[in-house]
Ligand binder design. Structure first.
Ligand SMILES: NC(=O)c1ccc[n+]([C@@H]2O[C@H](COP(=O)([O-])OP(=O)(O)OC[C@H]3O[C@@H](n4cnc5c(N)ncnc54)[C@H](O)[C@@H]3O)[C@@H](O)[C@H]2O)c1
Ligand SMILES: [Zn+2]
Length: 374
């Protein structure tokens, strides 16, 4: 039941701590124990998964490793973003210390983006750092979070505020695991795939739209293609700018307004849903500034439609609160939000850097219109 032809797609990512491959192939999870031995040899493996994914895949990974004579233990934690914090980090590291895991251990993060970020931060800090292998099982994790080396946890003051760069030894993505992921969760990841098309590859955006029904049904071949292309695009960007000083900022397209709306909704609106709306509104912003080609906004909202992400947000989001989050965003410089603007679908404008400030009155007008409060 393999949707692929030939060897697994392998994309290399360049990182300060060493290059790593991202392997994408249907069924590759069966090969994980061997891949761990090849890419991340260790005395013991700590497999970290949320409880749902532990039941679906994590336990099986531990058993397969043991069948091969490897020492592996499962460290499950409660599912959900609420676990991505310092308390859960403390519990996991304490349990690993109690189990006697030494410096010759490797953390294996099997799960979605929450697991990847939390387990990655555990690995970055455990005994001052042990290697991590990322095994993304959600589309968000495959398409976005498992590539780039960002790890971390949330704080009361905001999301992802405490963390570290800790590149994985290898990323192993099995598109077959998307079959058990909820449909609504698939759309959240596909929003970031649409973003990759919007900023870098118009043909990829067209292909995503053509494949939308299959992608929403977790068709293995369509999923495989999208994950590989998104990983190639993101890998190229983070290889050129690991620490977000320059080019990596383009990955924030749709995120300035998206984050503000997501936070102002009290996180009732999903990240992908908010970013989708953010991309449409930032395209509008670019069009009004005369930077973005006319028609880009409508093309983006049409592309998002088959994923259920093309319309207005259903949550009731007060404009004032969204504007407040806009200036409090950790990516703002001196309280001024910055925007990545498209030149057209498939290309970001690099004039004056990869992001720029925009006149507050214009931002407010576009956001007000976007929230139906103009
Ligand atoms: N580090 C980065 O660069 C980066 C980038 C993007 C997002 N993120 C982070 O990723 C997180 C969101 O990721 P997410 O959406 O994957 O959240 P998640 O890890 O909570 O997964 C979403 C839900 O899907 C379930 N799940 C995962 N894989 C499954 C599968 N194959 N079958 C059935 N259920 C499955 C999980 O148990 C969970 O309930 C956020 O915390 C975000 O900050 C990080
Ligand atoms: Zn995002």
């Amino acid at each position: 039941v393999s949707g692929s032809e030939g060897p697994p797609a392998s994309v290399r990512v360049r990182a300060a701590g060493g290059d790593y491959p991202v392997l994408v192939d249907p069924g590759i999870l069966q090969d994980l124990p061997r891949l761990l031995e090849d890419h991340a040899p260790a005395h013991r493996y700590a497999v970290i998964s949320d409880e749902r994914v532990a039941g679906l895949y994590g336990r099986g990974v531990v058993e397969a490793c043991r069948d091969r004579g490897m020492e592996a233990d499962l460290f499950p934690f409660p599912e959900g973003e609420a676990s991505k914090n310092r308390s859960e980090w403390a519990r996991l590291t304490d349990r690993m210390l109690a189990a006697g895991l030494g410096r010759d251990s490797v953390v294996v993060a099997v799960g979605g983006g929450v697991t990847g970020d939390l387990a990655g931060f555990v690995a970055a800090t455990y005994l001052r750092g042990v290697p991590v292998v990322q095994v993304p099982t959600s589309l968000v994790a495959m398409i976005d979070s498992s590539v780039g080396g960002k790890t971390g946890v949330d704080a009361a003051a905001g999301k992802n505020l405490v963390g570290a760069f800790h590149a994985p030894r290898v990323v192993v993505a099995d598109p077959e695991t998307i079959g058990t992921l909820a449909r609504t969760e698939r759309a959240q990841g596909l929003a970031e795939a649409v973003k990759h098309g919007a900023i870098l590859d118009a043909d990829y955006l067209d292909r995503l739209v053509a494949d939308a029904a299959e992608l929403m049904e977790a068709d293995v071949a369509a999923t495989h293609h999208a994950v590989v292309r998104s990983v190639e695009l993101k890998a190229d960007v983070v290889s050129r700018d690991e620490r977000e000083g320059g080019l990596r900022q383009i990955l924030n397209f749709g995120h300035t307004l998206g984050h503000a709306m997501e936070a102002a909704s009290g996180y009732a609106v999903g990240h992908g849903t908010a970013v989708a709306r953010g991309m449409v509104l930032e395209a509008e912003l670019g069009e009004r500034l005369g930077v973005t080609a006319g028609g880009t906004r409508s093309r983006l909202s049409e592309a998002l439609e088959p994923f259920g992400l093309g319309g207005t947000l259903e949550a009731d989001i007060p404009l004032d609160e969204a504007l407040g989050y806009l200036v409090a965003d950790k990516k703002t410089r001196g309280g001024r939000p910055r925007f990545v603007l498209l030149e057209r679908v498939g290309a970001v404008t690099g004039d004056g850097g990869w992001s720029r400030e925009v006149e507050p009155a214009l931002v407010e007008a576009v956001l007000a219109e976007g929230l139906g409060q103009a």
